[in-house]
Every structure is written in structure tokens, then in C-alpha cells.
Ligand binder design. Structure first.
Ligand SMILES: Cc1cc2nc3c(=O)[nH]c(=O)nc-3n(C[C@H](O)[C@H](O)[C@H](O)COP(=O)(O)OP(=O)(O)OC[C@H]3O[C@@H](n4cnc5c(N)ncnc54)[C@H](O)[C@@H]3O)c2cc1C
Length: 390
């Protein structure tokens, strides 16, 4: 099955209902494109160092921030600008970012705890090349994952813009999206790709390269389920298919709230060479506990959204233990706790898994200096008594 249209139009840019910069109407665009882009705000993207579908090629928000106007807790304003310090492309590790000499980096990812971002100057990119999107079908989670990791590690000439994964559980939600094709049940996982191209010849050659790469690892009978989207309308359909995963999951989780259950999710990431081991650990722990488990999203960056769906309070306690064990393991393998959401109020007690005592003390001193009365971003990162140092 192919969603390819007969007439091709210029590819859609990243939409953001409250930021025209992302639309690229003026021939420039902001490449960080969270799945929540229709509702989230730029200030909050900076405050969480957000990532998105296209972060495989374009990274998180941090390297694009040039200048911030901050409103401080005492009501004063501060302008912070980039100088020529190195810009980190690393995903979040949780808490305040202390590795840069420039205080602008301190505010990026600080979850509103040090000051309010009132204005931001971002570096925008020249209009991105056109791209097509693909959903590549695999007969198992392992097969899809191995393919994705091989592509992510390779410096191919057709390095994609987005490289995401959808496991069997996530695909079961995607299958429920209106308009989703009646994909064969033997398809157990998908790799979601966005591929840029500059010319018609490049479009054809990259499309063919993806087809052959898939053909070499997936059974011929599943090849007809490789879906292609090239128009804005079809790409928007893919985006909606993808968006239905968290939307349906959240809806389902709600029915367990009354019994103390619901979604238990995490935001850890690891260097790519640890991803298979991490997911194997996650799935095994969940299976042993009899919990519904799902992993999807930005796996090209070693950053899955792993979710468990406990039905009641005892199951929830088990799910939280499993995710804490995953976070510990991710940190021990050189990764981070909070790839894009920050630790907020729910995971702030995990900070000591990531950082040593000295680092936590430095964070606390900064919080005390910028916000001595604890007025800002209340409950994020820092508890009522400031940081929960154990
Ligand atoms: C369906 C769904 C999909 C998502 N997909 C992604 C994704 O792909 N990538 C991603 O990174 N995130 C994603 N998110 C999470 C969230 O949308 C992002 O983290 C986003 O960056 C936060 O934007 P918001 O407007 O939703 O934030 P809010 O929830 O309003 O705020 C987030 C944090 O930022 C702080 N904050 C907000 N505005 C400011 C400001 N002006 N100054 C200082 N601090 C501020 C708040 O205090 C809060 O701690 C998703 C969420 C949902 C529901």
C-alpha cells in the first residue's frame, strides 16, 4: 500500500500554532518539532530543552537559542546572549545544566525554576529541503530495532531527518487511528522515517535506497505495507497516526485512575549501542510483572518513550520500581533521565540517580541565588525545601 499522491507539492514545514517561525513561510524554519507542536509554546520548549520528531538530524532546542530575556524573581530583567562557547546537542540529563560557562545554558532546560523566559531570539535555518515520510514494516520488534540502530549508526549519504520506532503495542494504538490502513497483523513494528532531498533525482534515488534497505531485512510479503507520504496532506495523516499513540494511551490510562493505576512513563535515553540491551531489560521486567509495556518515538536518538499501564495501586508500585530501575540502568550506561520533558514534579526524586551530591548542592545554591523565596516553577526539580537531596 502506498499513500503516494499523483501530484507533488512542496513539503509541509513544522507547524506550531503559536509560533509562525516554525512554519517557514518566509523561507526559514525552526527545526525542533515536538509532537505537541500544535499546543506547546516556545518558552516552554526552551524551559524543557525540548526535542521532537526531527531531532535525529536537528537536535534539541539548546543549540538554537541565541538570546533570552529573563524575568527574575525580584521583578528585574536580564538579557543573556550566546558568545562563542560550544553548543551542546546532548539531550537532557535532568535538572540544571551546569556544564557551560554561559548562564544562558543554565536557563535552557531549567523548567521555569530560575526565571521566566519572556523573549527568545532563536537561530532559524534556511528553508529545509523537501522531504518524504516512510513507515517501514517489520515482522518483529527485534527486526525493526536492529534496522533502526544500524541506520542510526551509519553515516549514510541519505541520513534521515527523523528516525523513530513504533513497537507492537504502540502500533496497536496506531491501528485504531481513523484512516489507518488495514495493515497485516504480521507487521509487528514500524520504523518512521523522514527523508530530505534536494532534487527529483535525489528523491527517486533515496526512495529506492530505502526500499532496497528494507527489502534486505523484511519479508517480501510485508513490503506492500511500506507506506509513503509526500504531500502535506499525507504527511499530516502520518503525523496524526503517530499522535494517536500517546493520545490513545492517555485515554486508556484514565480508566485505571480510580483503582490507583494509570500510565507510568519515563523519558530516559542511552547512547545507541546500549539501546537494545535497555529495551530488552524494560520488556523483560514488564513481562515478568504481567504489565502492558510500550516503547516508541525517538529511538534514533537512543530516546524511547517507555510506558507501563498498571491497572491498580499495587501494579502501579511495581511499574514505578521498573521504571526507576530503567532510569538507574540508563544513567549507568552513560545516558540521561530526562531526554525532553524535564523531571518536573513526578521524577524530581530521581535526580540523585543522575547527579552526585556536589552537583545537587551546586544546583541548590543557584536556586537559592536566583529565587531565594522559592516562587518560581514551584515543585519542579526542587521540592518545597528546595532539592530532595538524599
Ligand atoms: C501528546 C504530547 C506529545 C509530546 N511530544 C513531545 C515531543 O515530541 N518532544 C518534547 O520535547 N516534548 C513533548 N511533549 C511534552 C511537552 O509538550 C514539551 O515538553 C514542551 O516542550 C513543553 O511545552 P508546553 O507548552 O506543553 O509546556 P508547559 O507544560 O506549559 O511547560 C513545561 C515547563 O516549562 C515551564 N515553562 C513554561 N513556559 C515558560 C517560560 N516562558 N519561562 C520559563 N519556564 C516556562 C513550565 O513551568 C513547565 O515546567 C509532548 C506532550 C504531549 C502531551
Amino acid at each position: 500500500m502506498c499513500l503516494r499522491p499523483t501530484t507533488r507539492r512542496r513539503a509541509t514545514r513544522n507547524h506550531h500554532s503559536r509560533s509562525s517561525a516554525r512554519r517557514g513561510r518566509s523561507g526559514i524554519f525552526f527545526p525542533v518539532s515536538p509532537t505537541s507542536r500544535d499546543s506547546c509554546r516556545i518558552g516552554a520548549n526552551i524551559a524543557t530543552n525540548a526535542t521532537g520528531e526531527d531531532s535525529f538530524k536537528y537536535g534539541p532546542v539548546r543549540p538554537y537559542v541565541e538570546q533570552l530575556k529573563i524575568l527574575l524573581a525580584d521583578g528585574s530583567e536580564q538579557m543573556l546572549s550566546r558568545k562563542d562557547e560550544a553548543r551542546s546537542w546532548e539531550l537532557g540529563r535532568a535538572g540544571l545544566y551546569l556544564d557551560s560557562p554561559n548562564p544562558i545554558d543554565l536557563f535552557i532546560g531549567s523548567e521555569g525554576t530560575l526565571g521566566f523566559i519572556a523573549e527568545a531570539t532563536l537561530s532559524l535555518l534556511p528553508a529545509a529541503p523537501q522531504y518524504f515520510s516512510l513507515l517501514l514494516p517489520f515482522p518483529s520488534v527485534a527486526a525493526g530495532l536492529t534496522f533502526l540502530i544500524a541506520i542510526a549508526k551509519r553515516e549514510t549519504p541519505f541520513r534521515p531527518r527523523a528516525l523513530e520506532f513504533i513497537d507492537t503495542a504502540a502500533l496497536s494504538y496506531m491501528r485504531r487511528a481513523p484512516d489507518f490502513p488495514d495493515m497485516h497483523q504480521d507487521v509487528k513494528s514500524l520504523v518512521y522515517v523522514k527523508q530530505e532531498y534536494a532534487t527529483e533525482a535525489e528523491r527517486l534515488s533515496t526512495l529506492e535506497a530505502w526500499y532496497h534497505a528494507l527489502l534486505s531485512v523484511t519479508p517480501q510479503r510485508l513490503m506492500e505495507w511500506m507506506l509513503t507520504a509526500e504531500t502535506e496532506a499525507d504527511q499530516e495523516r502520518f503525523r496524526k497516526f503517530r499522535h494517536h499513540i500517546p493520545a490513545f494511551l492517555n485515554e486508556e490510562a484514565r480508566q485505571y485512575w480510580a483503582q490507583g493505576g494509570g500510565k507510568v512513563g519515563s523519558d530516559w535515553w542511552v547512547p545507541l549501542h546500549h539501546l537494545e540491551d535497555m529495551l530488552d531489560f524494560f520488556y523483560r521486567q514488564a513481562a515478568d510483572a504481567g504489565l502492558f509495556a510500550m516503547a516508541y518515538a525517538h529511538l534514533g536518538n537512543g530516546h524511547p518513550h517507555t510506558n507501563l499501564l498498571p491497572k491498580n495501586a499495587p501494579e502501579r508500585a511495581t511499574a514505578e520500581r521498573i521504571l526507576e530501575a530503567c532510569c538507574k540502568r540508563a544513567v549507568s550506561r552513560g545516558g540521561g533521565l530526562a531526554g525532553e520533558h524535564g523531571v518536573g514534579k513526578i521524577h524530581r526524586n530521581y535526580l540523585s540517580l543522575q547527579h552526585d551530591h556536589e552537583h545537587l548542592i551546586r544546583m541548590q545554591r543557584l536556586k537559592e541565588a536566583y529565587d531565594p523565596n522559592g516562587l518560581l516553577g514551584r515543585g519542579n526539580i526542587f521540592g518545597d525545601q528546595f532539592i530532595d537531596i538524599v
